[in-house]
Write a protein that binds this ligand. Structure first.
Ligand code: UTP
Length: 291
C-alpha cells in the first residue's frame, strides 16, 4: 500500500563552525534571511509539501528554535495593547498546529547520518523527508513539493541534486549515474565528499531527501565515513539496488546559508524576490556597484 510522506526530520544538531562567532551561542538555523530565520523557511517549505509532523533533532544551545515556534504570550499582549494587529497576525499565522512539532536531541555531533538516526522511533515505518535548513531554495514551486511528486511517481528514495564545478565535489555527496532523463536521474552509487579526480559525476546532493524506512537498518550500524562522521550518504548508498533511488534536478536556485558568502547572496536574492523590498534593494545594489 502507498504511504504518504507525512513526517519531516530537520537535523539541526551541527556546530556551525563556518559561521563562528555568530553561532557561538545562537544556532545557525536562527540566522535570518531578510526577516525570517532559516528554520522557518524550512518548516514552511515542508508544510507546503503536505508534511504534518515536524521533527527537529537539536543539540546544546539550540533552544531558541523551540521558543521560536512557541506562543509568545507577553509579546502578543504588548502588540495587542499597542494596536499592532498585523504583526500579531503574522506571529499567529507562523505557528505550527499544537502538538505537531517534536524535538529530540542529538547528544554528540557524530554526523548527519547519526542526527537522522536519532529520529528513528519518531518516524517509524514510513517514508519521510529530511530537510537541512541551511540549504534554502528560491523558486516558484517549493523544492520538497517537487520531490513529493517524484516520490509518488517512483515510490522510491529521492534526493534533490544539482550540478557543481568539479573542484567542489569534495563538499558534497556525489551521484554515480545509472540513467539520466534530464529531470530524474536513476542512481547506481553514491560517494560522500570525493576528491574531484575520483568523483563519479558532478551531480551532487543538496539538503533535501525523501527516504524509505529501509534506511534505519543501515543507520543502525553507526558506520563512520568521510571525516570520521556517521554519514547519511553511506547509509543511502547501501539502499541502492533495492527500492528505486533517484536524484531529482529540482527547479529553483539553492543557496548554502551555512557559508558566509552563500548567506549574504541569499539575503540579496530573497530581498529582490520581495515586492515590498525589491526596489529599495535594487537602489542599494546600484549604489554599491558604482563605488
Ligand atoms: P554541516 O556539514 O553544515 O555541519 O551539516 P555544521 O556543523 O552544521 O556546520 P559547519 O560545517 O561546522 O559550519 C549539515 C547538516 O547536518 C546537520 C547540521 O545541523 C546541518 O543541518 N548535522 C551535522 C547534525 O544535525 N548533526 C551533526 O552531527 C552534523
Amino acid at each position: 500500500m502507498k504511504k504518504k510522506v507525512r513526517k519531516a526530520v530537520f537535523p539541526v544538531g551541527g556546530l556551525g563552525t563556518r559561521f563562528l562567532p555568530a553561532t557561538k551561542a545562537m544556532p545557525k538555523e536562527m540566522l535570518t534571511l531578510v526577516d525570517k530565520p532559516l528554520i522557518q523557511y524550512a518548516i514552511e517549505e515542508a508544510a507546503a509539501a503536505g508534511i504534518e509532523e515536524f521533527i527537529l533533532v537539536t543539540s546544546r544551545a539550540k533552544s531558541s528554535m523551540e521558543d521560536h515556534f512557541d506562543y509568545p504570550y507577553e509579546l502578543a499582549k504588548t502588540l495587542e495593547e499597542r494596536g499592532k494587529t498585523a504583526e500579531l497576525a503574522l506571529l499567529e499565522k507562523m505557528l505550527p498546529a499544537a502538538g505537531r512539532v517534536v524535538y529530540t536531541r542529538q547528544q554528540k555531533p557524530l554526523g548527519l547520518g547519526h542526527a537522522v538516526w536519532c529520529a528513528r522511533d519518531l518516524v517509524g515505518d514510513e517514508p519521510f523527508a529530511v530537510l537541512l535548513p541551511d540549504d534554502v531554495i528560491l523558486g516558484d514551486k517549493p523544492c520538497l513539493s517537487q520531490m513529493v511528486e517524484a516520490h509518488e511517481a517512483t515510490q522510491g528514495n529521492i534526493v534533490a541534486v544539482m550540478e557543481v564545478p568539479r573542484e567542489h565535489t569534495k563538499r558534497y555527496g556525489v551521484l554515480d549515474i545509472a540513467e539520466d532523463n534530464g529531470k530524474l536521474v536513476s542512481v547506481k552509487g553514491l560517494v560522500e565528499k570525493p576528491d574531484p579526480k575520483d568523483a563519479p559525476s558532478t551531480l551532487t546532493i543538496i539538503g533535501r531527501y525523501i527516504l524509505l524506512p529501509e534506511i534505519w537498518s543501515h543507520l543502525d550500524r553507526h558506520e563512520k565515513g568521510a571525516g570520521g562522521e556517521i554519514q547519511l550518504t553511506d547509509a543511502m548508498a547501501k539502499m541502492i539496488g533495492g527500492k528505486p533511488f533517484h536524484g531529482l534536478r529540482f527547479e529553483g536556485t539553492r543557496y548554502d546559508c551555512g557559508d558566509k558568502l552563500g548567506w549574504l547572496e541569499a539575503n540579496i536574492a530573497f530581498a529582490l524576490a520581495r515586492p515590498d523590498l525589491a526596489d529599495s534593494m535594487r537602489d542599494i545594489l546600484r549604489r554599491f556597484s558604482s563605488r
